[in-house]
Design a protein around this ligand. Structure first.
Ligand code: FAD
Length: 384
């Protein structure tokens, strides 16, 4: 576990990297719909993208608490970790459930940045949040699986060398346990055999998300992670990490909004005094600040439990819920404080406003987080 001094040093180092990518960089990237390659390169070179990869595979071997600091600081800057955060946690499935040979084959390259594992293919149009209903089929033929189907909202496929793919290996109607029958594969996007089409989606903000079509795409058996049919379990194992890291990005955004709104409200003079002297402007910012900091406390508890190897599903889910709501509250308070200027691109509030809204919806909707808490933690009857 890193000491307080080491964590502060990580925070400072990430701030320093982010300082090289000021408002204008992100504004231009957003306007052009570009991928922030220079930023991702700088982060990769720093080793922070590989922070969760153990040292024996060339990673930094840090814990969840440190990974949380890294993503939080990126979002506290004008930037956004969404462009590359999956590189941090997607490899967890490989690390926990991959064979020794698979780990040796991929992890050192992912740690050095030579291999990009940014894409994660689960969601499908006919399944949505009910992932156990996915239909994309992987049929075993000798030493290969043949994949046919469709995925939607799969991000960073064009910025990835590998994609983690969840596909059906047993038909749904042949199962007694609906969480079985799905398998996880490493799809090498650099060497696709079969027809694989990537159709970019035009989204509310600059996010590189796609519809995917698979037609007889071949995946060698040696690229299946773990046992056939157990893939859903392997994916679920990564959800707590994902929730904690998403919460951290939302906390970073929330702090950015509170800082930006507070500064503006203290400087902007209307009716002869700073607008922040009015409680109608001051209190929403103060309230959002309290909620962001409370969410950070819950995130810290979740990360500490995760790093100690303790059960942390409740805390990780609460952190994601509280942080995404708090960042949205802060976004609205900040936008309101800016008046009409909040809507102009040069203030960056509208861009961050669009970006931070995602956290209440993806990677999992807060409704389903509440369902988890209500059903699995509080023991109330199930809605699904
Ligand atoms: C920008 C972006 C990037 C994404 N990137 C990826 C990616 O890289 N890989 C990937 O696999 N997926 C990705 N996703 C998909 C995301 O995880 C899905 O949007 C999500 O799983 C929900 O599926 P859906 O959109 O079909 O919503 P639906 O499942 O159709 O849900 C619609 C609404 O109904 C609500 N709802 C459904 N069932 C219940 C219930 N039982 N109780 C209460 N409410 C319910 C939901 O909460 C939601 O509000 C991304 C999505 C976005 C927007």
């Amino acid at each position: 576990m890193a000491s307080v001094e080491e964590r502060n040093a990580i925070r400072e180092a990430v701030r320093k990297i982010c300082a090289d990518f000021p408002d204008q960089y992100w504004r231009d990237i957003d306007k052009a719909g570009d991928y922030p390659q220079m930023f991702v390169d700088a982060l990769t070179a720093s080793g922070y993208l590989g922070c969760l990869i153990p040292e024996e595979y060339g990673g930094a071997g840090l814990g969840m608490a440190e990974a949380a600091i890294i993503l939080e600081e990126i979002n506290r800057s004008p930037g956004n970790g969404l462009a590359c955060h999956a590189q941090m946690y997607t490899m967890g499935t490989l690390l926990r459930h991959g064979s020794a040979e698979q780990k040796q084959r991929y992890l050192p390259g992912i740690a050095s940045g030579e291999i990009r594992l940014q894409a994660f293919g689960v969601t499908e149009p006919n399944a949505g949040s009910e992932s156990t209903r996915i239909e994309t089929r992987a049929e075993r033929k000798g030493d290969k699986y043949i994949v046919n189907g469709q995925k939607i909202f799969i991000s960073r496929v064009k910025q990835s060398d590998l994609m983690l793919l969840l596909a059906r290996t047993t038909p749904y109607n042949e199962l007694t346990d609906k969480t079985q029958g799905l398998s996880v594969f490493i799809l090498d996007l650099r060497d696709i055999k079969g027809r694989f089409e990537v159709q970019p989606l035009d989204m509310m903000f600059n996010y590189h998300t796609n519809i995917l079509f698979f037609e007889n795409v071949e995946i060698p058996v040696e690229n299946r992670i773990g046992e056939e049919g157990k893939g859903f379990r392997y994916i679920i194992d990564g959800w707590n990490a994902e929730r904690i890291l998403i919460a951290s990005e939302a906390i970073g955004d929330g702090r950015w909004f509170v800082d930006k709104g507070t500064k503006y409200a203290s400087e902007r003079v209307v009716f002869g005094k700073p607008i922040g002297a009015n409680q109608g402007v001051q209190f929403p910012l103060a309230k959002a600040y309290a909620h962001v900091e409370a969410a950070a406390c819950m995130r810290d508890v979740a990360a500490a439990k995760f790093d100690a190897g303790e059960k942390c599903g409740a805390e990780a889910n609460m952190a994601k819920l509280l942080a995404s709501e708090a960042s949205w509250e802060a976004a609205n308070a900040c936008l309101d404080a800016h008046g009409g200027y909040g809507f102009t691109r040069e203030f960056d509030v509208e861009r961050k406003f669009r970006e931070t809204r995602l956290f209440m919806t993806a990677p999992i909707n807060n409704n389903l987080v509440l369902a988890f808490l209500g059903q699995n933690v509080l023991g109330m009857p199930k809605s699904y």
